[in-house]
Design a protein around this ligand. Sequence first.
Ligand code: SF4
Ligand code: SF4
Length: 383
Amino acid sequence: MTRAAVHGSARGQFNERPLLVFWEMTKACQLACFHCRANAQLVGAPDELTTIEGRGLIDSLASIGSPRPILILTGGDCLMRDDIVELASYAHSVHVPVAIAPSVTPRLADSTLQSLRDVGVKSASLSLDGATSSTHDAVRGIDGHFESTIEAITRLREHGFTTQINTTVMPSNVRELADVAKLLHDLQVNVWEVFFLITTGRGSEVTATSARENEEVCNFLVDASRYGFTVRTVEAPFFRRVARERADNIDAPSAVVAGSTYAFLRGRLLELLGPSSAPVRAPSAATRDGKGIIFVGANGDIYPSGFLPITLGNVRESSLIDVYRDNDLLRSIRSAQFVGACGCCDHSDMCGGSRSRAFATYGNPLASDPGCVRVSTPLSTSL
Ligand code: SF4
Ligand code: SF4
């Protein structure tokens, strides 16, 4: 899932148009990762959007004029759709920029990658969930998948894609993050997008990292962004708050960070890559679920994000852009009308917390994000 490296934010900036539109082209995927948001299955569902409906979705993005949102073709595995090149080509012809987020399987063939490059796709993201085969393969459920992924990253670069690597942080891999950073540095990856787990889909079975660990990881990620790649986060907008806190004194991690995870990761990063005097590369576009981001499921259902299972409409019946602009929940999310700590936080517009985690925890998408250390209020369904 590729995010544009847009800097700066302004209140109301994303009221009229999303920055990123994720289209889950299919639920089909040959893998069966244990944290899969999509509950991916071997074959696609019969009610998935057709090629013609996909063109209609692309037309709706083209119609809003420049700057058009970036369309991220995801899944499941977007390469399980036989029409992916046709649809990417169509998007290019109507000036909608496209990025792909495929799975690493035999379908990630050089011929397909070249076809996608030929029709104007510039960016591609792959998932890497550990720095060792044992960690990554355990998540993906296939022996040898780590080596296949490393090889696939190299092939993406050879085909000229801007490369993004997605890593989901879990207790089982958190202490490998510095080693992942070293791998990405050595592979000359452009962007590292770090997902903070939401307990939805098959991820419901996985324990998420604590708010304290999240703070430590975010501080580590600020450090890691000084080694040649941009760092972004998914479902951790408080990373922007941490990056801002560190901006005045990069050598001083935020006051709450004194724990062993940060100390370990920081030490390991220095051991592997040495000190860096490069600037922090952590873009500050103030997006969150439903603000700059919108998600279209395989059957056309519209969601604030792929991790927030509240249906807002369906592209078969409604204009995606009309829903994005006019839906009451999305308006509340964009205007930071939150309950509890996120509602009174100085960073509510720039950060605003993960709406997905608030919903997964409290059943209220406007509640505070329990993944942030600033949300110290005891768990309560009234939050
Ligand atoms: S590769 Fe992606 S879509 Fe496929 S099972 Fe894994 S997480 Fe799900
Ligand atoms: S309290 Fe909420 S808005 Fe403030 S930094 Fe934490 S998650 Fe962001």
